[in-house]
Design a protein around this ligand. Structure first.
Ligand SMILES: Cc1cc2nc3c(=O)[nH]c(=O)nc-3n(C[C@H](O)[C@H](O)[C@H](O)COP(=O)(O)O)c2cc1C
Length: 200
């Protein structure tokens, strides 16, 4: 019975395909030179392969299990990445390349929070600073957490530009609604989001 419960609880998790290390992309220099915010998206959905590649670029496992594509202060890896789709909300578990379902249904309105364009992106990535992972929440920890979230967001910005996806970094979202939905503690702070899709 307990085993059945565990299986059912995990039924909607998505084991992602491995990130594609041979995908075509423009050079870092070209991505830096042409990156720009995009607030209009086509209705093309992302495949699981594209979501895997995107999450990996954001903060996936890089040279070994202990390191991520985005640096964090003291390598605390305190930025949690949540993936909002039209179907469900997931947390990206980098070490397992897994989307762990944390809420049901289309919750993108909590990301949009009044900026309607954001709700039209097929996927939104939310960065949450977890001060429990950082080991404190004093003023300096908050500063470091914000910088680290910015690193993740810029990885997303440059990756999207490099592979022909469209995104914009945003600090607008419904913080209280997200905290409630994701069952976050006072030590976990939603800080930035990136709606992601393809250009219209
Ligand atoms: C920390 C941060 C917060 C931002 N918040 C929002 C936002 O809430 N909504 C939005 O539409 N754009 C937001 N932006 C995007 C900026 O408006 C945009 O990056 C800026 O105008 C420069 O344009 P560019 O990205 O095309 O170079 C944000 C950017 C940053 C870096």
């Amino acid at each position: 019975m307990l085993m059945m419960g565990i299986l059912m609880a995990n039924a909607q998790d998505i084991k992602l395909p491995a990130p594609d290390m041979t995908q075509k992309s423009m050079s870092v220099v070209d991505a830096l030179a042409t990156r720009h915010s995009v607030r209009e998206y086509s209705n093309q959905e992302l495949t699981n392969q594209e979501i895997s590649n995107l999450c990996w670029a954001a903060c996936g496992v890089s040279r070994d299990d202990a390191h991520r594509t985005a640096p964090t202060a003291m390598n605390r890896k305190e930025i949690r990445l949540y993936v909002f789709t039209s179907a469900n909300v997931y947390e990206y578990i980098a070490t397992e390349n897994l989307l762990k379902q944390v809420a049901t249904g289309d919750q993108r309105k909590l990301i949009a929070a009044g900026q309607a364009f954001a709700q039209t992106a097929p996927v939104s990535l939310l960065m949450v600073i977890d001060f429990d992972l950082f080991g404190g929440n004093n003023e300096r920890s908050v500063m470091m957490g914000c910088v680290d979230a910015g690193n993740v967001s810029e990885n997303i910005n440059l990756y999207c530009q490099a592979v022909g996806m469209a995104t914009v970094p945003r600090a607008t979202h419904d913080t209280n609604g997200l905290k409630q939905l994701l069952n976050l503690s006072d030590n976990q702070m939603p800080i930035m989001n990136n709606p992601v899709g393809f250009p219209k």
